[in-house]
Design a protein around this ligand. Structure first.
Ligand code: B12
Ligand code: SF4
Length: 458
């Protein structure tokens, strides 16, 4: 038997295909492939930069589906079903929007796949696939199983290894799909499994893709103590309340951290309260000082911060979005993601906007043939959707200009602290600027048909 694993692209540019130059290894597929019964052949194709050989013979197409690549995933599914190959989908979209995925897949897997995937493969082998398989929510990669990194070789991914310590987050921000998927909990792997995985691969730069590596400070400290002897460099994602714990910050630096993606979200305290972003409302540092003390602590530990913002909350205005840009530039962050607030299905934000009649694109922007990447998908309170789209575009455009990149460089605590950090700053600012500006406004899916073809019997 043979299983073909697939990672769909998001979409296409107005004038041709989109090739993701900043693509990273699809750890998801490496993990699911690792739980495939040993006698089954596995191949993997990544639609972000290679053509999918639909005519190559296979027995099962296994597609990972997220909101942004759902339209393209459904197009890929039809191609396999036309050739008589059954399609199974797993990931965020099948878990959070199962009915939609069932219209396009022969079977879906909800939740985590590790415990259920061998059953799915065996059922497919025996021609008795069920429609829905419910995965467990154990910690990632139980049994110390290592991802099938051999599937990534030669595909031109960025030279960084993706590793997962834990899944989920204890907070409950109203726009976040993570808290809905993992029901406001975090589960971590045994530290020794993580260390064995790092030692078993050949790179010295690790991206811990945890949703919030510091969700549980004590669990994070256990990992970092074990990382110190490895002398690796690492980056991750984490909430800013980490700065309230001096011991944690010392361990973060000592274990080789280069920086975190941190959700600042907004420079307005009213917006932070409205979205229930608890980690940003410091209990230790009293008074709203625009994160001044937290940012100073990050800089003291030489971290190159990737600041992430969600723009368009009910208290946001065109002026506050402009103030967000100045906040990010004045703090000389290494990178920044100025994201339009997006209503992700099944989140409290999506439910509220739906109840208030404020969703655009029939409430399903991810499938709409005319929706374009980074455009507003709901009616904001204090501006029009087009004004929101334009204000966020202005932030991205200015941030990625040569002038801003040069201005932000002058920080001896972070970007100019070592040749390695300087290299990171220059190389990745150039790469991300190119990617951000290229992707803006692209269409979802590869075909511009107004109606998506539905599931074909296989
Ligand atoms: C790392 C990461 C990235 C990396 C890229 C990773 C890569 N390989 O290219 C970066 C930072 C670049 C990134 C970018 C983006 N990301 Co991202 N990313 C993640 C993150 C944190 C981890 C993904 C991962 O590797 N997980 C590890 C694997 C082992 O776990 P898993 O994916 O959860 O898979 C398990 C199950 O879901 C299931 N499963 C998944 N797929 C399949 C398939 C089959 C067949 C089966 C059986 C089971 C199965 O089994 C797996 C094992 O248990 C996730 C959050 C998360 N917790 O997953 C967000 C996440 C997937 N990203 C998200 C988003 C929105 C984006 C962007 C669109 C952001 C933006 N506005 O630009 C871009 C899109 C990039 C692109 N071109 O596609 C959202 C998707 C929301 C949604 N509802 O679908 C998530 C959930 C984050 C969030 N906070 O909401 N991302
Ligand atoms: S802290 Fe981050 S990962 Fe956790 S719920 Fe909030 S946005 Fe989601």
């Amino acid at each position: 038997m043979k299983v073909t694993f697939l990672r769909p692209n998001i979409g296409r540019l107005a004038n041709g295909p989109y090739i993701d130059e900043g693509r990273m290894e699809p750890l998801t597929l490496g993990v699911v492939a690792a739980y495939t019964p040993a006698d089954v052949e596995c191949v993997m194709y990544d639609d972000r930069m290679e053509d999918i050989p639909f005519d190559e013979s296979t027995d099962l197409a296994a597609i990972t589906v997220e909101l942004y690549n759902a339209r393209r995933a459904y197009e890929i599914a039809v191609e396999y079903q036309r050739r008589g190959v059954p399609v199974v989908m797993g990931g965020f979209q099948p878990t959070l929007v199962p009915d939609e995925c069932l219209e396009h897949a022969d079977a879906i897997v909800t939740g985590d796949a590790e415990t259920i995937w061998p059953t799915v493969v065996n059922d497919a082998r025996e021609g008795r696939l069920q429609r829905i398989y419910r995965g467990g929510t154990d910690y990632p990669q139980p049994g110390g199983v290592l991802p099938r990194r051999d599937l990534f070789k030669g595909k031109g991914y960025l030279p960084v290894s993706l590793v997962q310590y834990g899944r989920g987050c204890r907070f409950a921000c109203d726009f976040c799909a993570i808290t809905t998927f993992f029901n406001r909990t975090q589960v971590v792997r045994p530290v020794e499994d993580v260390i064995a995985e790092i030692n078993g691969q050949d790179r010295k730069l690790i991206f811990f893709i945890d949703d919030n590596l510091v969700s549980d400070h004590e669990a994070a400290k256990r990992l970092m103590r074990a990382l110190i002897p490895l002398k690796i460099r690492w980056v991750s994602q984490g909430s800013i309340d980490m700065t309230e714990d001096p011991e944690l910050m010392e361990l973060i630096e000592a274990s080789g951290c280069q920086g975190f993606v941190i959700g600042f979200e907004s420079v307005q305290q009213t917006s932070i309260r409205g979205m229930r972003k608890a980690p940003n409302l410091s209990r230790k540092f009293k008074g709203w000082d625009l994160y001044a003390r937290q940012v100073e602590i990050l800089r003291k530990h030489h971290l190159q911060t990737w600041a992430a913002f969600t723009l368009g909350h009910d208290n946001d205005t065109v002026e506050s979005i402009d103030a967000t840009f100045h906040f990010a530039e004045e703090n000389r962050f290494c990178f920044a993601a100025f994201n339009i607030l997006m209503p992700y299905p099944s989140t409290p934000l999506h439910k509220r906007l739906e109840a208030e009649g404020r969703l655009l694109w029939d409430g399903k922007w991810w499938l709409h043939p005319d929706y374009r990447f980074n455009h507003a998908a709901f009616i904001p309170k204090n501006m029009t959707p087009d004004e929101l789209t334009e204000a966020v575009w202005q932030c991205r455009d200015r941030w990625n200009s040569r002038k801003s990149i040069l201005k932000r460089l002058w920080d001896f605590q972070t970007h100019l602290n070592s040749p390695y950090r300087l290299g990171t700053y220059l190389v990745y600012n150039k790469l991300y600027a190119h990617e951000t500006l290229t992707k803006h406004g692209m269409f979802f899916g590869n075909h511009h048909d107004s109606v998506l073809p539905q599931r074909q019997a296989s």
